[in-house]
Design a protein around this ligand. Structure first.
Ligand code: C2E
Ligand code: MG
Ligand code: MG
Ligand code: MG
Length: 278
Protein backbone atom coordinates (compact mmCIF):
# COMPACT_ATOMS: atom_id res chain seq x y z
CA UNK A 1 0.00 0.00 0.00
CA UNK A 2 2.60 2.49 1.18
CA UNK A 3 4.99 1.38 -1.51
CA UNK A 4 2.42 1.89 -4.26
CA UNK A 5 1.55 5.34 -2.98
CA UNK A 6 5.26 6.18 -2.91
CA UNK A 7 5.70 4.99 -6.47
CA UNK A 8 2.68 6.96 -7.64
CA UNK A 9 4.00 10.08 -5.96
CA UNK A 10 7.38 9.55 -7.59
CA UNK A 11 5.78 9.06 -11.00
CA UNK A 12 3.80 12.22 -10.45
CA UNK A 13 6.93 14.20 -9.58
CA UNK A 14 8.81 12.74 -12.49
CA UNK A 15 6.03 13.71 -14.89
CA UNK A 16 5.98 17.19 -13.43
CA UNK A 17 9.75 17.48 -13.70
CA UNK A 18 9.69 16.33 -17.31
CA UNK A 19 7.05 18.91 -18.01
CA UNK A 20 9.16 21.62 -16.36
CA UNK A 21 12.20 20.58 -18.33
CA UNK A 22 10.29 20.73 -21.59
CA UNK A 23 8.73 24.12 -20.72
CA UNK A 24 12.21 25.43 -20.07
CA UNK A 25 13.39 23.87 -23.33
CA UNK A 26 10.63 25.58 -25.28
CA UNK A 27 11.38 28.89 -23.61
CA UNK A 28 15.03 28.62 -24.59
CA UNK A 29 14.35 27.80 -28.22
CA UNK A 30 11.63 30.46 -28.50
CA UNK A 31 14.04 33.01 -27.02
CA UNK A 32 16.72 32.15 -29.54
CA UNK A 33 14.42 33.00 -32.45
CA UNK A 34 12.68 35.97 -30.81
CA UNK A 35 15.45 38.41 -31.64
CA UNK A 36 15.49 37.71 -35.38
CA UNK A 37 11.69 37.67 -35.46
CA UNK A 38 11.53 41.13 -33.95
CA UNK A 39 9.47 40.10 -30.92
CA UNK A 40 11.27 42.42 -28.47
CA UNK A 41 10.26 45.97 -27.70
CA UNK A 42 11.35 48.62 -25.27
CA UNK A 43 9.07 50.50 -22.95
CA UNK A 44 10.29 53.58 -21.14
CA UNK A 45 9.64 54.74 -17.59
CA UNK A 46 10.50 58.32 -16.64
CA UNK A 47 12.49 59.31 -13.56
CA UNK A 48 11.47 62.56 -11.89
CA UNK A 49 12.59 65.15 -9.44
CA UNK A 50 10.79 64.04 -6.29
CA UNK A 51 8.14 66.75 -6.67
CA UNK A 52 7.16 65.26 -10.01
CA UNK A 53 7.43 68.45 -12.06
CA UNK A 54 10.48 67.52 -14.10
CA UNK A 55 11.70 64.44 -15.93
CA UNK A 56 15.45 63.90 -15.89
CA UNK A 57 15.79 60.41 -17.34
CA UNK A 58 13.98 57.55 -19.05
CA UNK A 59 14.71 53.92 -18.22
CA UNK A 60 14.44 51.44 -21.07
CA UNK A 61 12.65 48.26 -19.97
CA UNK A 62 12.63 45.19 -22.18
CA UNK A 63 9.35 43.57 -23.25
CA UNK A 64 8.88 40.29 -25.13
CA UNK A 65 5.72 39.65 -27.09
CA UNK A 66 5.59 35.89 -27.50
CA UNK A 67 3.54 34.84 -30.57
CA UNK A 68 1.50 32.34 -28.51
CA UNK A 69 1.80 33.37 -24.86
CA UNK A 70 1.61 37.14 -25.27
CA UNK A 71 3.65 39.55 -23.18
CA UNK A 72 6.31 37.92 -21.02
CA UNK A 73 7.92 39.76 -18.10
CA UNK A 74 11.68 40.37 -18.06
CA UNK A 75 12.05 38.47 -14.78
CA UNK A 76 10.73 35.38 -16.59
CA UNK A 77 13.13 35.46 -19.53
CA UNK A 78 16.22 37.57 -18.74
CA UNK A 79 17.69 34.95 -16.36
CA UNK A 80 17.19 32.35 -19.13
CA UNK A 81 18.78 34.64 -21.71
CA UNK A 82 21.73 35.01 -19.32
CA UNK A 83 22.04 31.23 -18.86
CA UNK A 84 22.11 30.48 -22.59
CA UNK A 85 24.38 33.40 -23.48
CA UNK A 86 21.69 35.15 -25.49
CA UNK A 87 21.95 38.19 -23.22
CA UNK A 88 25.06 39.31 -25.13
CA UNK A 89 23.32 39.86 -28.53
CA UNK A 90 20.05 40.80 -26.80
CA UNK A 91 21.84 43.38 -24.63
CA UNK A 92 23.43 44.85 -27.76
CA UNK A 93 20.04 45.05 -29.41
CA UNK A 94 18.64 46.87 -26.34
CA UNK A 95 21.47 49.41 -26.35
CA UNK A 96 21.20 50.10 -30.08
CA UNK A 97 17.40 50.33 -30.13
CA UNK A 98 17.22 52.52 -27.03
CA UNK A 99 19.87 54.97 -28.28
CA UNK A 100 18.17 55.20 -31.67
CA UNK A 101 14.79 55.89 -30.07
CA UNK A 102 16.21 58.41 -27.61
CA UNK A 103 17.76 60.39 -30.46
CA UNK A 104 14.35 60.51 -32.16
CA UNK A 105 12.56 62.01 -29.20
CA UNK A 106 15.55 64.09 -28.11
CA UNK A 107 15.15 66.57 -30.93
CA UNK A 108 12.16 67.97 -29.13
CA UNK A 109 12.09 69.24 -25.56
CA UNK A 110 13.45 65.86 -24.39
CA UNK A 111 16.97 66.87 -25.49
CA UNK A 112 18.44 67.12 -21.98
CA UNK A 113 16.81 64.02 -20.57
CA UNK A 114 19.01 61.00 -20.08
CA UNK A 115 18.48 57.47 -21.30
CA UNK A 116 19.05 54.72 -18.73
CA UNK A 117 19.76 51.18 -19.97
CA UNK A 118 19.97 48.08 -17.78
CA UNK A 119 23.08 46.00 -18.28
CA UNK A 120 23.50 42.40 -17.15
CA UNK A 121 26.56 41.18 -15.24
CA UNK A 122 27.22 38.81 -18.15
CA UNK A 123 27.64 41.75 -20.53
CA UNK A 124 30.33 43.20 -18.28
CA UNK A 125 32.11 39.89 -17.75
CA UNK A 126 31.98 38.38 -21.23
CA UNK A 127 31.11 40.97 -23.80
CA UNK A 128 33.20 43.83 -25.15
CA UNK A 129 30.73 46.22 -23.56
CA UNK A 130 32.78 49.42 -23.86
CA UNK A 131 33.35 48.81 -27.58
CA UNK A 132 29.68 48.02 -28.11
CA UNK A 133 28.64 51.20 -26.31
CA UNK A 134 31.15 53.30 -28.27
CA UNK A 135 29.86 51.89 -31.56
CA UNK A 136 26.20 52.32 -30.62
CA UNK A 137 26.78 55.95 -29.61
CA UNK A 138 28.61 56.63 -32.87
CA UNK A 139 25.93 54.97 -35.01
CA UNK A 140 22.97 56.55 -33.23
CA UNK A 141 24.50 59.98 -32.67
CA UNK A 142 23.42 60.01 -29.01
CA UNK A 143 25.73 62.14 -26.85
CA UNK A 144 27.62 59.96 -24.33
CA UNK A 145 26.55 62.26 -21.46
CA UNK A 146 22.93 61.37 -22.16
CA UNK A 147 23.51 57.66 -21.62
CA UNK A 148 23.41 56.04 -18.21
CA UNK A 149 24.08 52.35 -17.63
CA UNK A 150 22.32 50.63 -14.73
CA UNK A 151 24.52 47.92 -13.25
CA UNK A 152 23.71 45.63 -10.35
CA UNK A 153 25.90 44.83 -7.38
CA UNK A 154 26.36 41.31 -8.72
CA UNK A 155 27.91 42.81 -11.84
CA UNK A 156 30.51 44.62 -9.75
CA UNK A 157 31.11 41.68 -7.43
CA UNK A 158 33.15 39.84 -10.04
CA UNK A 159 35.81 42.44 -9.52
CA UNK A 160 38.15 41.06 -12.20
CA UNK A 161 40.72 43.15 -14.07
CA UNK A 162 38.53 42.84 -17.18
CA UNK A 163 35.46 44.25 -15.41
CA UNK A 164 37.55 47.06 -13.91
CA UNK A 165 39.01 47.93 -17.30
CA UNK A 166 35.57 47.90 -18.93
CA UNK A 167 34.22 50.26 -16.26
CA UNK A 168 37.16 52.63 -16.78
CA UNK A 169 36.66 52.52 -20.57
CA UNK A 170 32.96 53.30 -20.13
CA UNK A 171 33.75 56.25 -17.88
CA UNK A 172 36.30 57.49 -20.42
CA UNK A 173 33.57 57.50 -23.06
CA UNK A 174 31.60 59.87 -20.82
CA UNK A 175 28.63 57.64 -19.99
CA UNK A 176 27.18 57.64 -16.46
CA UNK A 177 27.08 54.57 -14.24
CA UNK A 178 24.31 53.78 -11.79
CA UNK A 179 24.20 51.04 -9.18
CA UNK A 180 20.70 49.55 -9.55
CA UNK A 181 18.71 47.69 -6.86
CA UNK A 182 21.10 49.09 -4.29
CA UNK A 183 21.03 47.30 -0.95
CA UNK A 184 19.90 43.90 -2.21
CA UNK A 185 23.28 42.44 -3.19
CA UNK A 186 25.66 40.58 -0.95
CA UNK A 187 28.77 42.56 -1.69
CA UNK A 188 30.54 44.91 0.68
CA UNK A 189 30.53 48.68 0.45
CA UNK A 190 34.22 48.65 -0.48
CA UNK A 191 33.55 48.90 -4.20
CA UNK A 192 31.91 52.30 -3.70
CA UNK A 193 35.34 53.71 -2.95
CA UNK A 194 37.04 52.02 -5.90
CA UNK A 195 34.39 51.99 -8.62
CA UNK A 196 33.38 55.05 -10.48
CA UNK A 197 29.62 54.93 -10.11
CA UNK A 198 27.76 58.23 -10.27
CA UNK A 199 24.49 57.27 -8.73
CA UNK A 200 22.74 54.83 -6.39
CA UNK A 201 19.26 53.57 -7.08
CA UNK A 202 17.57 52.38 -3.89
CA UNK A 203 15.82 49.07 -4.47
CA UNK A 204 12.06 49.22 -4.45
CA UNK A 205 11.78 46.52 -1.77
CA UNK A 206 12.83 49.17 0.80
CA UNK A 207 10.04 51.48 -0.32
CA UNK A 208 7.36 48.95 0.56
CA UNK A 209 5.25 49.80 3.58
CA UNK A 210 7.68 52.37 5.02
CA UNK A 211 4.96 53.75 7.33
CA UNK A 212 4.83 50.46 9.23
CA UNK A 213 8.34 49.21 8.69
CA UNK A 214 10.78 51.48 10.50
CA UNK A 215 13.68 49.33 9.34
CA UNK A 216 12.92 50.02 5.67
CA UNK A 217 12.67 53.74 6.39
CA UNK A 218 15.96 53.62 8.30
CA UNK A 219 17.72 51.86 5.41
CA UNK A 220 16.50 54.52 2.97
CA UNK A 221 17.79 57.28 5.25
CA UNK A 222 21.14 55.54 5.58
CA UNK A 223 21.54 55.12 1.80
CA UNK A 224 20.62 58.78 1.20
CA UNK A 225 23.23 59.83 3.78
CA UNK A 226 25.83 57.48 2.30
CA UNK A 227 25.25 58.81 -1.21
CA UNK A 228 25.50 62.38 0.02
CA UNK A 229 28.76 61.70 1.88
CA UNK A 230 30.26 60.07 -1.22
CA UNK A 231 29.03 62.82 -3.54
CA UNK A 232 26.74 60.45 -5.46
CA UNK A 233 23.26 61.12 -6.77
CA UNK A 234 20.52 58.98 -5.28
CA UNK A 235 17.22 57.91 -6.80
CA UNK A 236 14.40 55.92 -5.23
CA UNK A 237 12.56 53.32 -7.34
CA UNK A 238 9.11 51.81 -6.79
CA UNK A 239 7.46 54.95 -5.42
CA UNK A 240 3.73 54.23 -5.41
CA UNK A 241 2.15 56.46 -2.75
CA UNK A 242 2.02 60.12 -1.74
CA UNK A 243 3.29 59.13 1.72
CA UNK A 244 6.41 57.58 0.20
CA UNK A 245 6.96 60.69 -1.89
CA UNK A 246 6.58 62.96 1.15
CA UNK A 247 9.01 60.78 3.12
CA UNK A 248 11.63 61.00 0.35
CA UNK A 249 11.17 64.72 -0.17
CA UNK A 250 11.44 65.38 3.56
CA UNK A 251 14.65 63.36 3.83
CA UNK A 252 16.74 64.65 0.97
CA UNK A 253 16.09 62.01 -1.67
CA UNK A 254 15.55 64.30 -4.63
CA UNK A 255 14.95 61.85 -7.47
CA UNK A 256 12.24 59.25 -7.79
CA UNK A 257 10.67 56.74 -10.15
CA UNK A 258 7.53 54.70 -9.72
CA UNK A 259 3.91 54.07 -10.59
CA UNK A 260 2.88 57.19 -8.60
CA UNK A 261 4.62 59.32 -11.24
CA UNK A 262 4.27 57.22 -14.38
CA UNK A 263 4.24 53.63 -15.57
CA UNK A 264 6.52 52.35 -18.31
CA UNK A 265 5.12 53.36 -21.73
CA UNK A 266 5.76 52.46 -25.39
CA UNK A 267 8.38 54.56 -27.22
CA UNK A 268 5.70 56.29 -29.27
CA UNK A 269 4.30 58.03 -26.18
CA UNK A 270 7.59 59.40 -24.88
CA UNK A 271 7.96 62.47 -27.10
CA UNK A 272 4.52 63.82 -26.14
CA UNK A 273 4.69 62.96 -22.43
CA UNK A 274 3.90 65.84 -20.08
CA UNK A 275 4.84 65.57 -16.38
CA UNK A 276 1.82 65.97 -14.15
CA UNK A 277 -0.64 65.39 -16.98
CA UNK A 278 -0.97 61.62 -16.54
P1 C2E B 1 14.84 47.28 -12.59
O1 C2E B 1 15.94 47.73 -13.49
O2 C2E B 1 15.01 47.46 -11.13
O3 C2E B 1 13.55 48.01 -13.16
C1 C2E B 1 12.48 48.46 -12.37
C2 C2E B 1 11.31 47.50 -12.43
O4 C2E B 1 10.34 47.95 -11.49
C3 C2E B 1 10.59 47.47 -13.77
O5 C2E B 1 10.04 46.17 -13.92
C4 C2E B 1 9.47 48.48 -13.56
O6 C2E B 1 8.36 48.29 -14.42
C5 C2E B 1 9.11 48.20 -12.13
N1 C2E B 1 8.51 49.34 -11.45
C6 C2E B 1 8.69 50.65 -11.71
N2 C2E B 1 7.99 51.43 -10.86
C7 C2E B 1 7.35 50.57 -10.02
C8 C2E B 1 6.44 50.76 -8.90
O7 C2E B 1 6.11 51.87 -8.50
N3 C2E B 1 5.99 49.64 -8.28
C9 C2E B 1 6.34 48.38 -8.70
N4 C2E B 1 5.84 47.34 -8.05
N5 C2E B 1 7.18 48.17 -9.75
C10 C2E B 1 7.68 49.26 -10.40
P2 C2E B 1 10.25 45.31 -15.23
O8 C2E B 1 10.09 46.18 -16.44
O9 C2E B 1 9.39 44.10 -15.11
O10 C2E B 1 11.77 44.89 -15.17
C11 C2E B 1 12.23 44.03 -14.17
C12 C2E B 1 13.73 43.89 -14.19
O11 C2E B 1 14.17 43.25 -15.39
C13 C2E B 1 14.46 45.22 -14.16
O12 C2E B 1 14.53 45.71 -12.85
C14 C2E B 1 15.82 44.80 -14.70
O13 C2E B 1 16.60 44.22 -13.69
C15 C2E B 1 15.44 43.74 -15.71
N6 C2E B 1 15.46 44.32 -17.06
C16 C2E B 1 14.49 45.01 -17.72
N7 C2E B 1 14.92 45.39 -18.95
C17 C2E B 1 16.19 44.94 -19.07
C18 C2E B 1 17.19 45.01 -20.11
O14 C2E B 1 17.02 45.59 -21.18
N8 C2E B 1 18.40 44.37 -19.86
C19 C2E B 1 18.66 43.74 -18.66
N9 C2E B 1 19.86 43.15 -18.50
N10 C2E B 1 17.74 43.68 -17.67
C20 C2E B 1 16.54 44.27 -17.86
MG1 MG C 1 17.00 49.41 -13.70
MG1 MG D 1 16.06 48.85 -10.16
MG1 MG E 1 14.79 46.84 -8.38
Amino acid sequence: QVKAAGRNAWMFFEAQMNEEVSIRHRLESDLRTALERGEFQLHYQPQFDVGGGEVHAWEALLRWQHPVHGWIEPCDFIPVAEDIGLIIPLGEWVLAAACREAVNWGGQRRGNERLAVNVSARQLEQGDLAEVVARVLRESGLAAERLELELTESALMSNTPKVQQTLRDLKALGVHLTLDDFGTGYSSLAYLSTFTVDRLKIDRSFMRDIENKPNNAAIILAVVALAKALGLEVVAEGVETLQQRAFLAGNGCLKAQGFLYARPMPAGLVAGFMPGAQ
